[in-house]
Design a protein around this ligand. Structure first.
Ligand code: IPM
Ligand code: MG
Length: 353
């Protein structure tokens, strides 16, 4: 297969983990005889510095011309504490999602048995937890009408029936391929937009009689996720709730550095870690490249290349088993590997297995 990949490394630790993701992707492609080519493009603070725009037209073009985007992270501290900044790195990510029509964000929360002890939750709660959050990605408050003044500001959470229906279809299809349980997370006791979500879900549920649908308020879901994460199979929710719940989900697994995601929709799909740019770690060679590398596995799987995806996952498992780990997940007394060393170990394992 021929694969054209747009590589958007972004800011902070982005370039370091991106390099390892690309190296792993190339190793797998060499092994399976796929022809892969990469186009690097600017986004985030790096793009603001270079051309004054966090998602420049050239970057959009590179994404549109690619089969997939391998994205890393955006964000820079100089914007975080400056509410007056005219343009922010995160706008680049939102622009990419909107302009590529990436309405479905798939965020698997998968635990690794060997890392269960790193979770803030008790072993028995975490072991075996395995769910997917399907987050709506191009609607809701992030994109609704806004007003920002010095004494007054508002954001609007708006959804159309069509937007709700298409994300629910993605979620039902996922549930069908898994344990056939879908939890629709909303705040229908308070919010009108949530009531639309619930109404559309109730209308669609009979079309999926093989899937058990349940409904949960988001505050309750946040609690349930730490009380009983194994309750969930597939959850679907609107943009902001999904953003918040997936950060919570990532800490259940023990490290944010482990969770990949896929964003799909109308145009080129994007594969990215769910963590951010971790500016404090920039250049220190300590960031965990596994979320980026597992994003490569999701990329392969998206194109039906399941053996390729499985090989990446086996290589990641092997690195964990061999204790080739970055500092935040290393066992006590174990050698601490850098971003580069972990990536290179995984590439070698792929070449040899
Ligand atoms: C995420 C991030 C982004 C979001 C930020 C960087 C805009 O937190 O992908 O979860 O809120 O969607
Ligand atoms: Mg987030």
């Amino acid at each position: 297969m021929k694969l054209k990949i747009a590589v958007l490394a972004g800011d902070g630790i982005g370039p370091e983990i991106s390099t390892q993701g690309v190296a792993v992707m190339s190793a797998v492609c060499r092994k399976f005889g796929h022809e892969v080519s990469y186009t690097e493009a600017l986004c985030g603070a790096a793009a603001i510095d270079a051309v004054g725009d966090p998602f420049p037209a050239d970057t959009l073009k590179a994404c549109q011309e690619a089969d997939a985007v391998l994205f890393s992270a955006v964000g820079h501290p100089k914007y975080d504490n400056d509410p007056a900044a005219k343009v922010r790195p995160e706008q680049g990510l939102l622009a990419m999602r909107k302009q590529l029509g990436l309405f479905a964000n798939i965020r698997p929360v998968q635990t690794f048995d060997c890392l269960v002890h790193k979770s803030p939750l008790k072993d028995e709660l975490v072991r075996g937890a395995d769910f997917v959050c399907i987050r709506e990605l191009t609607g809701g408050m992030y994109f609704g009408e806004k007003k920002e003044g010095s004494d007054y500001a508002h954001d609007t959470c708006a959804y159309t029936r069509a937007e709700v229906e298409r994300i629910l279809r993605v979620a039902y299809d996922y549930a069908r391929r898994r344990r056939k349980r879908l939890t629709v997370v909303d705040k229908a006791n308070v919010l009108a937009s949530s009531r639309l979500w619930r109404k559309v879900a109730q209308e669609m549920a009979p079309e999926y009689p093989d899937v058990e649908t349940d409904y949960m308020y988001v505050d309750n879901a946040a609690m349930r996720m730490i009380q009983d994460p194994k309750f969930f199979d597939v959850m679907v929710t609107e943009n902001t709730f999904g953003d918040i719940l997936t950060d919570e989900g990532s800490c259940i697994t023990g490290s944010m550095g482990l969770l990949p995601s896929a964003s799909t929709g109308e145009s080129t799909p994007v594969f990215e870690p769910i963590h951010g740019s971790w500016p404090q770690a920039t250049g220190l060679d300590i960031a965990n490249p596994l979320a980026q590398i597992l994003s490569v596995a999701m990329l392969f799987e998206h194109f039906g290349l399941t053996d390729e995806g499985a090989l990446v996952r086996r290589a990641v498992d092997a690195s964990l088993d061999a204790n080739v780990r970055t500092p935040e997940i290393q066992v006590e007394g174990g050698e601490k590997y850098g971003t580069k060393a972990v990536g290179e170990w995984i590439v070698r394992w792929i070449e040899e297995n």
